[in-house]
Design a protein. Structure first.
Length: 71
């Protein structure tokens, strides 16, 4: 029998705040991922050329990057 980790609302909100803060000064989307160990983590899409499928499967929320190159 596989045990699943209980939803950790505080960890999700912390990762979401981190993603929102980072998105404000980034061209890249910020993703909140389910992390089986810590609960949730935020990653910057710009850190990866193409997100690997293993990361895409763990995305639970995306905050769009807010910087725009076009004038």
């Amino acid at each position: 029998m596989q045990m699943t980790k209980a939803y950790n609302h505080k960890a999700f909100l912390a990762a979401l705040r981190n993603a929102e803060r980072r998105a404000a000064s980034s061209y890249f989307d910020q993703h909140v991922l389910n992390d089986g160990e810590q609960g949730y983590v935020a990653i910057d899409e710009g850190d990866y050329s193409t997100l690997p499928e293993t990361l895409i499967e763990r995305i639970v929320h995306t905050v769009p990057g807010r910087l725009v190159d076009e004038i």
